[in-house]
Design a protein around this ligand. Structure first.
Ligand code: NAD
Ligand code: UGA
Length: 466
């Protein structure tokens, strides 16, 4: 097996872009080419102005500035990059299926299969194929089957190397990963391939953080890690509802249980519901796999995490309507935040979308401010739901660049993303300009220190008695 000099990554999205940027930064002697079919995305990755990269991630622009043009390249020429590469990462999207068998549950693997077929068609020398996308356990079998039947004598080694970065902290997570997981075949060639990938990560991470396993453990561990993380959020969200009726305080409960070193303090923030492109998709996938294997109790257990999350979003929207005297019709509700978490412009599965949907069905007018999400994205998220009349969306939704404008003459404010800037606002000024009584619905637990009650706001905080 020849040493890796040339890497290609298919898919320049939230994972491919930042991951390849860091691999290139840390391995200046390896040429890394990130390719995508999406021309505008590649154009943005190549934009001179680093503020216009297609993804907002703290620290990303600096890494791109260091490596781009040196050994990091972004291109739409997928065939050329495949042909030149010793190692090919597949980092394309694996959304939930929207059609056919497994609709609404299973992962849609058509993009993965297209990549495998393209590699099979183009490759003329031996290559290591790395599954970077999150995939159902045993997907490597299908990829291998496509690659092993080309008849052109090329040998492929398939590795699983799932990504654990979280958006908003992607660069930090990549540069200082808790662990890197590499699954491969337990054969001489399999071990050599794994070693090649270990070497790439070992250029910046301590060896004891690089775990090697069999392919299936690696594929499954990714789904399980996301399921466990989401389960923690649903668990604390379930407790938040209990706190509201018992005079317990969810943040105090989280702190008290988090001090137990077996439980730990992280991922215990009650919220309006988890979002993001992966938690729901990966749990649904786990549920689907379990059901397909006849493991109904396993499937039901994990499905409950999603049921609880949907409940949390619904009850937050219902709380707004109920508190505003059972009607929000023609009232102005200001949304602070649209992204699924702070420090990202990603809105996929954001709780804000579903809260907006429910309030629009109640004929509310919504004005949205998010520091990083663009207007066209917000409208496209609402239209994509397919449950709202596009005319109604146009009439009732406004997106503004100024938070004070969003809250001016509002009946209520809903805090849906935990952006740091929200707590720095002049809340006296906000109060003065609102319709009274002025309501705040804090879906992120960020206003505790502000004592908004002193300005006479009526505040609902998740997980606090009211
Ligand atoms: P994304 O949608 O941002 O990016 C995927 C990219 O792949 C798109 O730009 C698309 O145009 C491109 N693509 C699809 N098919 C292609 C093809 N045949 N040739 C070239 N380009 C192609 O998705 P993402 O968020 O980067 O996620 C990618 C994978 O990583 C998913 O499986 C996801 O579950 C997993 N993952 C995501 C995150 C995250 O934080 N977003 C974290 C860990 C793992
Ligand atoms: C998550 C995982 O944390 C990553 O390890 C994984 O790689 C990634 O999914 C993936 O596979 O896509 P991400 O979705 O980017 O990362 O962000 P998280 O920080 O995990 O937050 C997910 C959602 O849970 C957000 O909506 C966040 O606001 C919410 N959350 C998180 C809470 O409501 N409370 C918490 O305590 C933590």
């Amino acid at each position: 097996m020849r040493p890796t000099k040339n890497i290609c990554c298919i898919g320049a999205g939230y994972v491919g872009g930042p991951t390849m940027s860091v691999i290139a930064q840390k391995n200046p002697s390896i040429k890394v080419t990130c390719v995508d079919l999406n021309e505008s995305r590649i154009k943005a990755w190549n934009n001179e102005n680093l503020d216009n990269l297609p993804i907002y991630e703290p620290g990303l622009a600096e890494v791109v500035a260091e490596a781009r043009g040196r050994n990091l390249f972004f291109s739409t020429d997928v065939d050329k990059a495949i042909d030149e590469a010793d190692m090919i990462f597949i980092s394309v999207n694996t959304p939930t299926k929207t059609y056919g068998e497994g609709k609404g549950m299973a992962a849609d693997l058509k993009y993965i299969e297209l990549c495998a077929r393209q590699i099979a068609r183009v490759a003329t020398n031996d290559k290591i194929i790395v599954e970077k996308s999150t995939l159902p356990v045993r997907t490597a079998e299908a990829v291998k089957s496509i690659l092993d039947h080309t008849g052109n004598g090329v040998n492929f080694q398939i590795l699983s190397n799932p990504e654990f970065l979280a958006e908003g902290t992607a660069i930090q997570d990549l540069q200082n990963a808790d662990r890197v997981l590499i699954g491969g075949e337990n054969t001489e060639d399999g071990k050599l391939a794994m070693q090649e990938l270990v070497n790439i990560y070992a250029s910046w991470l301590p060896k004891d953080r690089i775990l090697t396993t069999n392919v299936w453990s690696s594929e499954l561990s990714k789904l399980v890690a996301n399921a466990f993380l989401a389960q923690r959020v649903s668990s604390i969200n379930a407790i938040s509802e209990l706190c509201e009726v018992t005079e317990a305080d969810v943040q105090e409960v989280a702190k008290a249980i988090g001090k137990d070193s077996r439980i730990g303090p992280k991922f215990l923030n009650a919220s309006v519901g988890f979002g993001g492109s992966c938690f729901q998709k990966d749990i649904l996938n786990l549920v689907y796999i379990s059901k397909s294997l006849g493991l109904n109790e396993v499937a039901d257990y994990w499905e409950q995490v999603i049921i609880m999350n949907d409940h949390q979003k619904n009850r937050f929207a219902r709380k707004i309507v109920k508190t505003l005297y059972n009607t929000v019709a023609d009232k102005k509700i200001a949304f602070l935040g649209w992204a699924f978490k702070k420090d990202t412009n990603d809105t996929r599965e954001s709780a804000a979308i579903y809260i907006a949907e429910k309030l629009l069905h109640e004929q509310a007018n919504i004005t949205i401010y998010d520091p990083k999400v663009k207007e066209h994205q917000i409208f496209s998220d609402l239209e994509y739901l397919g449950t709202l009349d596009p005319e109604i969306i146009k009439q009732r939704v406004r997106v503004v660049n100024d938070p004070y404008l969003a809250m001016d003459q509002a009946h209520a404010i809903a805090i849906l993303t935990e952006w740091d800037e929200f707590i720095t606002y002049d809340w006296r000024r906000v109060y003065d300009k609102m319709v009274k009584p002025a309501f705040v619905f804090d879906g992120r637990g960020i206003t505790d220190g502000l004592n908004l009650e002193k300005y006479d706001f009526q505040v609902f905080r998740l997980g606090k008695s009211i």
